[in-house]
Structures are given as C-alpha cells and as structure tokens.
Design a protein around this ligand. Sequence first.
Ligand code: HEC
Length: 142
Amino acid sequence: MLARTLSLLLGAFMALSAVPAAAEDLGRMQAQFGNVIYQLYCVACHGQGGKGDGPAAAALATRPADLTTLANRNGGIFPVERVTAAIDGRVEVVGHINLAMPPWGRLFAHEFEAFPEGTILEALIARRIAHIVAFLQTLQEE
Ligand code: HEC
C-alpha cells in the first residue's frame, strides 16, 4: 500500500518534473528517487550503505552483493547495463542465473498494473530501475 501510494506520487512528480532542469540537478533528483526505492526494496538485504549487510542478509544462503564495489570490480567503470539487467531480473544475463536476488522488473510490473502492458509500462519500469542505478552510482567507493 505504501509502495503503491509512493509510486503514484513519484509518477505524478516525474510528470511535473518534465520542466527543463540542469543535467546535474536531474541526475541528483534521479538518485534521490532511487534512494527512496532502495530504502523500500533493497535495504533489508543490501544494507543502509550497500555493503550487503542488511538485517535480512544473515538468513540468506547467498550473501547479498556489495553494491559499493560495482565500479571497482569492473575496472573503475560503473557497469550500467549489467547492473540494470541484474536488478530487472526478467532477462537472464548470460552465464548468470540469479535465483538469490528477486526479479524486480516483474515486481515493479505488478505495482504499475494500472498501466496497460506495453511501451508505457516498460518505460515506467525502465525509469524506476534507472533511478535505482543512479542512486547505486552514488554509493561507489574508490
Ligand atoms: C532478498 C534479499 C535481496 C533483496 C531484497 C535485494 N537483493 Fe540484490 N542481491 C541479493 C543477493 C543474494 C545477491 C547476490 C546474487 C548472486 O550472487 O547471485 C544480489 C545481487 C544484486 C546485484 C548484482 C551485484 C553484482 O555484483 O553483480 C545488484 C545490482 C543488486 N542485487 C541490486 C539490488 C537492488 C537495487 C535491490 C532493490 C530493488 C535489491 N538488490 C534487493 C539479495 C537481495
């Protein structure tokens, strides 16, 4: 319920925020949205700082990934596409069967079920994941 209300609010705000904004403001705003989503859906496993030490982590067979070293583990470049696919989870990343991590794309699709299946729904899911990815980029350690 909270999530539903929140996503409607976010949707409304995003529609209003089509006003031109400086690129860095936009980036910061996206990361802020991403932070809200992260607090709702990710923090239990990945932890407040993204280290993979959330309160639910101990109960899992697979340790949640450390999300602060995504860039570091990829030669210093944040792997936007791979991370986007890992979060979405609906398309299997080659050689990477990920059963430990919920397929968020599918869950977000349920949340946006008021929208018709197709382009708009996919755009909403993609935008939400992009916001999360923007937030994860702010967590990267040198
Ligand atoms: C139920 C616990 C749980 C929740 C909730 C969860 N994750 Fe995960 N996540 C995992 C586990 C466990 C892994 C490691 C999977 C593996 O190693 O195959 C993982 C892996 C990942 C990866 C891949 C990292 C890498 O090194 O390639 C990303 C990115 C990620 N999670 C982001 C998120 C985001 C964003 C959210 C919230 C929308 C989230 N996770 C919510 C458990 C969780």
